[in-house]
Design a protein around this ligand. Structure first.
Ligand SMILES: N[C@@H](CCC(=O)N[C@@H](CS)C(=O)NCC(=O)O)C(=O)O
Length: 207
């Protein structure tokens, strides 16, 4: 249990923040959420927390840590060492890292980017995002066709890192129909104790 207060700076609609919320809840760690909309991220006060001006940022006592996947690694090692969330075994650890990289790569530039363009008109190439998703989703579907979770036989931080933007891909105009193994995997994560959904946004017509 933490001896000092854990604070999470983020927004309710950010999948990067949602993955951290999921792990905090699943580890039973109490935390205070500080809503940090985009207007606040350029302030001198927030830039002291993360010069890259991005959420999420976690504070744990004197520690300030930015980057969602770095925060997942920290929380798993600090509060759940030796657990299934971040295995020690060399190959299992490598598999977790591979999917963390996919979360920061294909998931970020595919379904996450498409949602940013479709929902908030963020600058971005929607066709490129859809092309990336069109490679990622069949790959994930095949990978999950004979296993329950992405990296090991148990849920790891890699599953949480990939979950939020894949689950909300339809909000970016990317349908999940037909990806049955991906849908079953999403369901397994949603069935984990202390799961809480990220707020939904409208699904564009024709998705
Ligand atoms: N690599 C970062 C990316 C986080 C990220 O892109 N956060 C978005 C919100 S979902 C953000 O703060 N964007 C503002 C910006 O990049 O200026 C992480 O994993 O935490």
């Amino acid at each position: 249990m933490p001896v000092s207060e854990i604070v999470l700076y983020g927004t309710e609609l950010s999948g990067h923040c949602h993955r951290v919320v999921l792990l905090l809840r699943m580890l039973g760690l109490p935390y205070r959420f500080v809503a940090t909309p985009i207007e606040l991220r350029g302030t001198a006060e927030f830039r002291r927390l993360n010069p890259l001006r991005q959420i999420p940022v976690l504070q744990d006592g004197d520690l300030t840590l930015a980057d969602s996947n770095a925060i997942l690694v920290y929380l798993a090692k600090r509060y759940a060492s030796g657990s299934h969330w971040l295995p020690q075994d060399p190959l299992a650890a490598a598999e977790v890292q591979r999917w963390l990289s996919i979360a920061a790569g294909e998931v970020r530039h595919g379904p996450c980017a498409a949602r940013m363009v479709m929902q908030w008109n963020f600058p971005g190439d929607i066709e490129r995002a859809k092309r990336i998703a069109a490679v990622l989703l069949p790959f994930m579907n095949e990978h999950l066709s004979n296993r329950s979770f992405l990296a090991t036989e148990h849920a790891t931080i890699a599953d949480l890192a990939c979950y939020s933007y894949v689950a909300h891909a339809p909000e970016g105009g990317i349908a999940l129909g037909g990806y049955d193994a991906v849908l079953a995997w999403l369901g397994r994560i949603e069935a984990l104790p202390q799961f809480t959904p990220m707020a939904g946004l409208p699904i564009p017509a024709g998705t």
